[in-house]
Structures are given as C-alpha cells and as structure tokens.
Design a binder for this molecule. Structure first.
Ligand SMILES: Nc1nc2c(c(=O)[nH]1)N[C@H]1C(S)=C(S)[C@@H](COP(=O)(O)O)O[C@H]1N2
Ligand SMILES: [Mo]
Length: 398
C-alpha cells in the first residue's frame, strides 16, 4: 500500500483572532444583544437564541427556524466538529488524489484555482447528522444511547456550488476497477478514550461518487465558511452528514474495499434489533418532521395560532404532512409551502385554535413519495442513529 501524502501546512485557529476573518468570509455579524456562547474550536459566533453548544458541536435551534427561509443561512447552520475548525487558506490548499485506483501517475494534485476553473454545478442539499434527534430515543422512548444529545437541529439546507467529484476523478485517471474512495479532512486527528483514530475519513463507494457528489467551495453564494469546510468540502446528497467530509485534503482511490473507524466502529446500527457486529455502514439518511416551536411553549387559548414546521426525507420528495393537535387521536393534512423536491425539505403550516387550557401533545408525520411514513417508534440502536419516529411535542395552553 502506498503511504498517504503528508497534509498541507495549515494554520490553526488561535482564539478569537480568527473571528474577523470569518466575518470577511460572509458570516453576518452577531446581533448586538446576543452573547455568543463558548464552543471550543468553532469560529463563527453562536448566539444563544440560534444555537445550543454541545461539546465541540453547535446545534441550530430548529424551534427558531421559522424566521429562516427555504435555505438555512450559514450563520444559522449547525456545526458538527470531531475536533476543532482548522482555519485554512485557499491559496495554500490543494487536493491530492492517490492510490491504486488511479491508472496514471499518482499522486495527482488540484489547486483551489484549478478547481474553480473547472465546470461548476450548483444544487440544494440538506446536511443532516446521522445522530440528529438522537436525544429522543431517551426522552420519548426511554432508551439509552451514546453520542451527542441532539434534538432536531443537526440539519440544515444550503445551496452548494462546486465541481462534480466524478469530473475530478476522471481528470485524475480513475481506473475502471476502482471501487472505493477514502476522502479525508485536514482537521486534527480525532482522539477519544485515549485512542488516536487519525484524521476524519470514511469510505465512499465510487458508484455514489460518480452519481451526485460535489466538491463544494460555495455555500449559499459565498465562499464556504471556515466551520463548514473552507476551502473545499464534500457534499454527499441524501447520505448521513459524516459522508460530507469538511476541509478535504486528500482522497485515496482504491481497487479494494476500504474501511475506517467511521465505517466499522461508528455510523452503523448496533444493538439487539440488528445483526451481530452491526448493520452495513450507514448511507442514506431517513425521514423526519418537526414544529418550529420550543418544547413546552405556552399558547393562548381561544385564538387561532399558525403552527409551522418542516418535513424532509432522504428517500424521496415529501408527499404530505399530517398534524395532530390532540396527542395523536385525530389527524389532518398540513398545508405545504414548497414544491416536492429531492434532497430538500418542505415548509408546512396548520392553523389551530386551542379551546381548553392544559397540556397538549402536538405531532407531525411525514409521508414521502416512495410511501415511507414516519413510524410511532424508532428502532433502537446503541449509538442513536437515524431517529425517524413521529416527534411528540409538548405545549401548554393557557
Ligand atoms: N473533516 C471533517 N469532516 C466532517 C466532520 C468532521 O468533524 N471533520 N464532521 C462530519 C459530520 S459528523 C457531520 S454531521 C457534518 C456536519 O457538517 P457541518 O458542520 O457543516 O454542519 O460534517 C461531517 N464532516
Ligand atoms: Mo454527524
């Protein structure tokens, strides 16, 4: 096996000194009233009304998405970092492709300028962590799971511009018998429980890479922000967020199947309901929906409220959303405000006039065009991935 090339020189974030550069990259300034929360290693401001800090990660407040449009602005987008955001300079950056799955000379390098000169594509895609809504296994189903206790906000939709990975692979000399890629980030090695697992990397089948994967350098019309993979990240539409490797540095191209801890130890389904040793590595995300309302919100009795939310499925466009305002006894269709689209979500609304005071559970249920429907219960797995159940949303009527 050839040795992987050394990473390019990188400048690590040094405290707040990097913040002005983040602003220059297109992030909006923090509202004056908001005190940014401290998240070790995230560059952008994390005002409390928009983010909940969870370890090295920042969850977006899904309940506050009502004031965002179809796309999630970069300054409202969740951040999932295994370590810390590296502050990389696009001018120093280059992508290296290497391995026995290239038929010509190897390694092959692409500079940032070279990528920007190649034909570009633009598409909308969600990035959603495999563990999004993980905490509901415990709060709603009474089941223990390990990992970051996300509620519904480890998801966002953005318009990504970049180069097709297939285009770059062909130019690098992709061999006809290549089967797997191993894209790898330039962030620091991930150390957990005293073990150094190396830099974030996860096998990606060549078939998916050639289908719809993008080497993205723009997010919502601006250069990628530092926290979201500047200067270049993968966007792997419909797949679990871990596939969309940020701060991409190199890609091994192999004629044999590849593995990493991100495909063997994590991001597969383990537990009683699954085969011994676990499921195959996770690929596609699942389907969900939620109300843009804080858990435990108080609503006034005797007046009409416009309940709003979002629904999405990684399998097919959303066909319908049903809501229940009586704990699941009766259901009615919500109104959809976006056309059904692959790889995106739809905003929905439903008017509701609560009459009696007291606690109520709101529910919402996505059905997609392939006939998938959110179940009442998600199938448990020890690491809490792919929560797909109908969310039970408590509110109080006063
Ligand atoms: N290099 C690198 N890529 C990464 C990660 C990381 O820690 N390092 N986190 C992954 C995970 S688990 C998710 S869910 C998405 C999150 O993307 P975002 O931070 O832009 O929202 O990035 C993925 N790509
Ligand atoms: Mo993730």
């Amino acid at each position: 096996m050839p040795n992987p090339p050394a990473p390019v020189r990188r400048t690590l974030l040094k405290g707040l000194a990097a913040a002005p550069f983040a602003a220059a990259l297109g992030g909006s300034p923090t509202p004056a009233s908001a005190a940014p929360a401290a998240a070790p290693g995230i560059v952008k401001p994390l005002p409390e009304q928009y983010f909940t800090v969870r370890g090295t990660n920042a969850e977006a407040r899904f309940d506050a998405f009502g004031d965002t449009g179809f796309l999630t602005p970069a300054d409202r987008f969740f951040v999932r970092n295994h370590t810390t955001t590296p502050v990389l300079d696009a001018q120093d950056w280059r992508l290296t492709l290497w391995g026995d799955g290239l038929h010509g000379r190897s390694p092959v390098h692409f500079t940032y300028g070279h990528l920007r000169d190649l034909p570009s594509v633009t598409r909308t895609a969600l990035v959603e962590c495999a563990g999004n809504a993980r905490s509901l296994y415990a709060t709603q189903q009474g089941q223990a799971v390990s990992g970051t206790a996300w509620t519904l906000g480890a998801v966002g939709a953005a318009r990504w511009r970049g180069v097709r990975l297939g285009e770059v692979l062909r130019r690098a000399g992709l061999a006809h018998d290549a089967v797997d890629l191993m894209p790898r980030g330039l962030d620091a090695p991930y150390v957990s429980g005293g073990t150094d697992h190396g830099r974030v990397r996860r096998p990606l089948p060549v078939a998916k890479a050639l289908d719809d994967v993008i080497l993205a350098y723009e997010m919502n019309g601006e250069p990628l922000p530092y926290d979201h993979g500047h200067p270049v990240r993968l966007i792997v539409p419909d797949w679990v967020g871990i596939a969309s490797v940020k701060w991409l540095g190199d890609i091994e191209v192999s004629t044999r199947p590849l593995t990493s801890p991100w495909s063997t130890d994590w991001y597969r389904l383990l537990g009683e309901a699954h085969p011994p040793g676990g499921s195959a590595p996770l690929t596609r995300q699942t389907l969900k929906s939620g109300y843009q309302l804080p858990f435990g919100a108080t609503l006034e009795a005797g007046r009409v409220h416009r309940l709003t939310g979002r629904a999405w499925s990684a399998h097919a466009p959303v066909r319908s959303v049903d809501v229940s305002t009586d704990g699941g006894a009766t259901w009615r269709p919500a109104r959809l405000h976006d056309g059904p689209r692959r790889g995106a979500w739809v905003r929905w609304s439903a008017p509701w006039r609560p009459e009696r005071t007291g606690p109520v559970t709101l529910l919402s249920r996505t059905t997609d065009a392939a006939g998938n429907v959110q179940p009442d219960r998600a199938v448990h797995n020890t690491q809490g991935y792919l929560f797909d159940a109908i969310v039970r949303h408590p509110v109080a009527i006063a």
